[in-house]
Design a protein around this ligand. Sequence first.
Ligand SMILES: [Fe+2]
Ligand SMILES: [Fe+2]
Length: 285
Amino acid sequence: MAGRKGSSENAGYQSSPSALRKKSTTSPSYRNYQKLQKRVDELEARNQDLEKMLRKVSGELDALKARNAEMLSSYALTVYRLAVASEYMDKSIRRHIMRMGKYSAALASIAGFSSEDVAAIELAAPMHDIGKAAVPNEILMKTGRLSVDEFALVKLHTVTGGNMLADSDSKTLNLARKIALTHHEKWNGTGYPVGLKKTKIPLIGRIVGIVDTFDVLTSPRPHKDAYPIEVAVDIICDSRGKQFDPSLVDCFHDNVDTLIRIKAGIDRPENLPTYNFVFSERDRN
Ligand SMILES: [Fe+2]
Ligand SMILES: [Fe+2]
């Protein structure tokens, strides 16, 4: 009965269950397995710790994002109210300020500014005329032509605004200062306060100069009716290479639909331009 289980010939080669267990638990492969298992357990524990930490960090990040959003929105509101205060007597200015932020951001984005810069521009552009706080209201609200002296006072709003926004570590306020100082400079060097020419005028000043003119032309002001969009576009295109940077005028012309959509989103229907208008005295030669 050779080979039969339990036979006397095989008795020397058989191990008892306890001997087998002992043998298997002391074998090198079992020791390796144990080491591996220990490592796996350690990794799992570490993984759980990391997941816990990640949940905590992402909770803190959410809270930080919410705080940041709240700060940004109160900052935007403060800027907006400050800008409104600077031209308090003219109710139409509120919407001018809102449109200026959106228009400037839209044209800056088309002109290639980064999304971070575009966000700062949207906050900074509403402050472009903040220096008008120092211009007498009778002049700001005057309906007829301005005298030379009155116009000299109006021109000062650029420098006054620059001074009001000076000495800050804030990127937005520094940008606002640059805009306040340069949004009335002209491509051909006939603007104010300095008479900067062409690319010596910061790009953002050139952008705000175009959208500010577009907004004034298409809105009712104490001294003028709102002109139809086509009239405003024609006036701006006629000033290509004179008052305005030629390539920015092309950009503006090709994307005027974007500005019209922004305007329609902010304005009341009764403030939208109609063909019922006469040119203001100041726009007649
Ligand atoms: Fe201005
Ligand atoms: Fe303006």
